[in-house]
Design a protein around this ligand. Structure first.
Ligand SMILES: [Zn+2]
Length: 496
């Protein structure tokens, strides 16, 4: 497809899918012709039906990138950012999107979030055909609740030590981070994604100004991010709990949670206050009650969930009661020491205990999930006592954030290649040494190769087993009579 035809198609596509006004057709055609250094538009007709049935703009984006690389001699990064510029120009302005969102939200917040999601797919901010290539399966177990596992092919793996450094770094550059609202319309660079096509909408939470956007990675259905207007570090406190409850009151079709505010047990961005939510039912939300514990208040229930990490569920119709009980549990947990189980709330290196809170609304019942976390590193476990233990790092070394702690594992893309290499080695009946000669980075994969050879496990079965064990590592109170009694004692003391 010629670049002239691409421009003509892009204009008709934007009319059909991005709300571009037909009266602006000449204006946008000329803008794009000028941008690409062209002197005359495409002469042939564009069949509106062709643009109508395009579910994603891949055809347009690919053609622009191709032209930019071949004719304008850009590198692939520049060319990709240029295509993002085009999709941004053809998208409605941020203020228009906010107005439509607010108009729809007045009647149905679900319609409003669907409008924004559809716009983000149609303007290529969410690159849906790439995201759809991610591998995904449900891992079932004889001895515990099911988990969900995904091999993500689009996001690079981050190291915990890098994340920790980032958390303490002074904001530098512009925008200060990938979440700041200054990303809207930003041209990007080799190290920062182009964001001309992102749209964020304002949301008020507990008296503060926040913004809702979608995640370009789409780890699960309608994976959204809610970020604070200012670039301030994450902190878990009663205000944050009230923000989460305000969110589900406005968007009851979405759950919302905050990553912990400490490295290893938090997410990949600690220096900008933000939440993650969406329209997915996480494994943690399907898990059964292991034990009920007495809770203060008239209408609130408190339960320990039968899950791998340590989860308290506080639920009932009164959000005030739940926030009050939740805040008390969080404050007490932050200062609680249980040395027999390796739980030290703080030491010379700083604070170690925190929680990962997740909130959702089911009918009139509010549910608060508090996952107790501790990020202590010991001599034996230098990457974290309650983190994936070293023998599992070949599968996952990154911090265990809220998505994983809630039972959905996002594994790095290298595992797809390494899994195939392992399969090949097993098929050819190679010895471990022969495997390494062929694929040196399979060195830490000895347990996987053994499991495949001796037990006939598939790559997926093996990864599923490892994820279950990692989440057990994350649990601060193990599922043993002793561990559960200790948890009961903590909760009892915290609520007295
Ligand atoms: Zn920021």
């Amino acid at each position: 497809m010629s670049i002239e035809e691409t421009i003509a198609l892009a204009i008709v596509y934007a009319e059909r899918h991005l709300g571009l006004d037909k009266d602006d057709e000449t204006y946008f055609t000329n803008l794009l012709l000028g941008h690409f250094g062209l002197t005359a538009p495409y002469e042939g007709p564009i069949d509106p039906a062709r643009a109508e049935k395009m579910e994603v703009p891949d055809e347009i984006v690919d053609s622009i990138v191709d032209f930019d690389v071949k004719v304008r001699l850009m590198d692939i990064g520049e060319a990709t950012r240029d295509a993002t510029w085009v999709m941004g120009v053809l998208s409605p302005r941020p203020s228009q999107v906010s107005r439509v969102f607010a108009y729809l939200k007045a009647n149905s917040s679900a319609k409003a979030t669907e409008y924004l999601y559809d716009l983000m797919v149609k303007n290529d901010y969410i690159q849906k055909s790439k995201v759809d290539k991610n591998l995904r399966w449900v891992a079932s177990y004889q001895d515990g609740p099911a988990l969900e596992i995904s091999i993500n092919l689009s996001k690079p793996e981050k190291d915990n030590k890098d994340i920790a450094k980032l958390a303490h770094a002074a904001p530098s550059g512009y925008p200060a981070c990938f979440l700041c609202k200054e990303n809207v319309g930003f041209a990007g660079s080799a190290t920062h994604p182009a964001r001309e096509n992102i749209r964020v909408v304002p949301v008020r939470l507990d008296g503060g100004q926040w913004y809702l956007q979608y995640s370009p990675y789409v780890y699960y259905s309608r994976h959204c991010i809610v970020f604070y207007e200012k670039h301030v570090p994450m902190a878990i406190n009663p205000h944050i709990l009230r923000c989460l409850f305000d969110f589900v009151d406005q968007f009851p079709h979405f759950f919302i949670g905050s990553n912990s505010d400490l490295p290893i047990v938090g997410g990949s961005i600690l220096n900008h206050e933000h939440f993650q939510g969406g329209g997915h039912e996480m494994p943690i939300m399907k898990s059964k009650v292991r034990a009920f514990l007495p809770a203060p208040g008239k209408s609130t229930s408190l339960a320990v969930l039968d899950f791998y990490d340590t989860v308290l569920k506080v639920y009932g119709p009164s959000r005030e009661e739940i926030v009050s009980i939740g805040s008390q549990l969080i404050a007490k947990w932050r200062a609680y020491d249980d040395p027999k189980r390796g739980i030290l709330s703080h030491d010379g290196e700083g604070l170690h205990s925190t929680v990962t809170p997740i909130v959702r609304k089911v009918g009139d019942t509010y549910e608060l999930y508090l996952i107790l976390r501790n990020n202590r590193c010991t001599k034996e476990f230098p990457d974290g006592l309650f983190h994936a233990h070293p023998e599992y790092h070949y599968v996952k070394k990154e911090g265990i954030g809220l998505i994983e702690a809630a039972g959905l594992f996002i594994l790095p893309s290298r595992l797809l290649r390494q899994g195939k290499e392992a399969e090949e080695c097993v098929e050819k009946k190679l010895s471990f040494e022969e495997c390494l000669a062929l694929y040196p980075d399979l060195k830490p994969f000895a347990p996987m190769l053994r499991d495949m050879k001796e037990n006939g496990a598939s790559v997926r079965q093996h990864l599923s087993e490892v994820c279950q064990r990692i989440l057990r590592n994350v649990g601060v109170y193990k599922d043993t009579p002793d561990g559960q009694e200790a948890l009961r004692l903590f909760v009892k003391g915290a609520l007295e």
